[in-house]
Design a protein around this ligand. Structure first.
Ligand code: HEM
Length: 437
């Protein structure tokens, strides 16, 4: 059985809104046509959209061998960010994943905890001395510096850190246009935008390459076994050799791109939710409890999943939860839609951290909460992200008062590559009385 097909004129009618505000439009269409529908996007590309956890589980995990990432993720993003884990596919991806995976195990990350904590203390103290700051700018700054330090514990230099951050922000903001508006690809090339952004990508690779050389020449020694050292020391099982420089840079660039805006996003929404629900904030402050803090972060990522959608393309014919999937069809897995579905959550729009209690989670469909994706291509940095978020929130709550400047704004989610807040949220961060920073 095929999922209902949306008439072309309905797609065309919604096209303008779809480009500007895809989340409410997808939600409307799913409410109307069911948890699965088929849409012709961009002329001929057929997409099966789903907010059905069982379809997501089938495609991402159960029969993952029949699916690969679309050209959007591998081609369009890979063009600027290189072929690292996130953008790679097939055997090459598997080889790289096996190589890198051990570096992200919990025990291995424990060695980086002190470095993360140091960055958090520096950045919170800096923000506390600076007057009002925009919430998302603050969390971006912290998350970017954490990933820089985790890769280069021997330092990346203030000027190079600032420049790399600027370039990655520009690339992430740009990449979304040729993806969402494919007909702009030609014009963007003609007016030189594509070349300008490719030049920025080249500059970022040069920056990273320079710092790798310092390490290889032994001019600087890492404080601990950091992520760069792990990438340098690791060897392919079959050849016994390490990664060549191009691959090394690709992987580092991907860790930067995949690893900071996502965490920054989740942190910004979590802090905003706590400001909006002072009782939850007070509970965390009065009785610090790491398990409840995890529930708060998870409930925040349920409501605002930084990776709000992902996709796969079917290689051969298949059936998922009773729906026929033809070869070549793109499956749009609407993570935001799954997380907001009344099929899996009571009062899905409400912020209720209690529902993320491990016992209650066990009763739900395992793919009803997938902020880090699922199956073999699940986020490699999930432990890293949870650790940095817990450390930052723990430190902020214990040592600082975070307050909104004036009435707390009500930002709406704005989907770029990740789920931005559509307006600034000015906050102040000031030391709590009697607490040292
Ligand atoms: C809250 C923070 C984060 C969220 C919500 C998130 C989300 C995701 C999701 C949904 C995927 C799977 C995409 C797909 O299957 O199509 C993914 C993959 C990935 N993430 Fe994360 N991520 C986060 C943080 C991080 C961090 C901190 C790092 C690195 C330090 C990282 C590195 C990666 C990489 C390399 C992949 C590709 C894995 C592969 O395909 O083998 N992510 N992430």
């Amino acid at each position: 059985m095929y999922a209902p097909r949306i008439p072309r004129q309905v797609t065309l009618r919604h096209l303008f809104r779809l480009v500007r505000r895809p989340i409410p439009v997808f939600t409307e269409l799913l409410d109307r046509y069911g948890d699965n529908f088929i849409q012709e996007v961009g002329g001929s590309r057929t997409t099966h959209f789903t907010r059905d956890a069982e379809v997501a589980r089938h495609v991402l995990q159960r029969n993952h061998r029949n699916y690969e990432k679309s050209e959007i993720q591998t081609g369009q993003m890979g063009k600027y960010l290189g072929l690292g884990l996130l953008t790679n596919s097939g055997d090459d991806w598997l080889r790289q994943r096996r190589l890198i995976q051990p570096g992200f195990h919990r025990q291995r990350l424990a060695a980086l905890t002190a470095e993360m904590q140091r960055v958090i203390e520096e950045e919170c103290a800096r923000a506390a001395n600076s007057g009002p700051v925009d919430l998302f700018s603050f969390t971006r700054q912290v998350a970017f510096r954490i990933i820089v330090r985790a890769l280069f514990t021997d330092g990346f230099g203030e000027e190079d850190t600032r420049r790399l951050h600027e370039i990655l922000d520009k690339l992430q903001a740009y990449i979304i246009y040729p993806i969402r508006l494919p007909f702009l690809r030609g014009p963007l090339r003609w007016i030189g935008q594509e070349q300008r952004h490719l030049a920025l990508a080249t500059e970022s690779r040069q920056l990273i390459s320079r710092h790798i050389r310092h390490r290889q020449q032994g001019t600087r020694v890492p404080a601990k076994d950091d992520l760069l050292q792990m990438l340098l020391d690791t060897r392919y099982e079959d050849t016994g050799e390490g990664m060549d420089e191009r691959q090394l840079i690709d992987e580092i660039l991907i860790l930067f791109a995949a690893g900071y805006e996502t965490s920054a996003n989740a942190l910004a929404w979590t802090i905003w939710l706590l400001l909006k629900h002072p009782n939850e904030l007070a509970r965390l402050r009065d009785t610090p409890d790491p398990t409840y803090l995890t529930q708060v972060i998870e409930e925040s990522m349920r409501l605002y999943p930084p990776a709000w959608i992902t996709d796969r393309v079917a290689l051969g014919p298949d059936e998922a939860a009773g729906f026929t999937l033809d070869p070549g069809v793109t499956i749009g897995i609407f993570i935001h839609g799954i997380h907001h579905s009344p099929r899996y959550y009571d009062a899905p729009e409400e912020f209720r951290p209690a529902r993320m209690h491990p016992d209650l989670k066990k009763e739900r469909h395992p793919f009803s909460f997938i902020p880090f994706g699922g199956g073999p291509r699940q986020c490699i940095g999930s432990h890293f992200a949870m650790l940095e978020m817990q450390l930052l929130l723990g430190h902020l709550l214990e040592h600082f008062d975070v307050e909104s400047v004036g009435k707390l704004p009500d930002p709406q989610p704005k989907p770029f590559v990740t789920l931005h807040q559509d307006r600034p949220v000015p906050i102040t961060i000031s030391p709590r009385k009697g607490k040292s920073i």
